[in-house]
Design a protein around this ligand. Structure first.
Ligand code: FES
Length: 147
């Protein structure tokens, strides 16, 4: 089955079953491996992408239900450069193993863009993603820098 998607501003026709989670369609069919698999049950946030600019956990969403919504992955977040959140993450040297970080960046980018009234601590509290290396303290400073 061919499924048409807009991913990072480009049209893709993906040969995937409609019930395949978007996460696997991105990774295994589109070859965009920046989006990570962690839990597969919507808890850890490693698979976070944007749909029309809003964060979504791609492990739970069948690719056939994406429709005309624009998908943005970590590869396309900053366009031709790094997004301000990515720049702040690099400057603060946040990643340890790095596996979960794309999901964090996508989640924080959504919160900063769509909830401008939130304070830094409120953003930290709103991010339910999981980092097993415990990089949370460095993220606080980076979130403030990314504003
Ligand atoms: Fe999707 Fe954990 S892999 S939330």
């Amino acid at each position: 089955m061919s499924i048409s998607l807009s991913i990072n501003g480009e049209h893709h026709d993906l040969d995937a079953p409609g019930d395949m989670p978007l996460l696997w369609a991105l990774r295994e069919v589109a070859g965009l491996t920046g989006t990570k698999y962690g839990c597969g049950i919507g808890v850890c946030g490693a698979c976070t992408v944007h749909l029309d600019g809003a964060a979504e956990r791609s492990c739970l969403l069948p690719v056939g239900e994406v429709g005309a919504r624009a998908v943005t992955t970590i590869e396309g977040l900053g366009g031709t450069g790094l997004h301000p959140v990515q720049q702040a993450w690099v400057a603060a040297d946040i990643p340890q193993c790095g596996y979960c970080q794309p999901g964090f960046v996508m989640q924080v980018a959504d919160l900063l863009a769509n909830n401008p009234g939130l304070g830094d601590d409120e953003i930290v509290a709103a991010v339910s993603n999981v980092c097993r290396c415990g990089t949370y303290p460095r993220m606080r400073g980076a979130i403030a820098e990314a504003r």
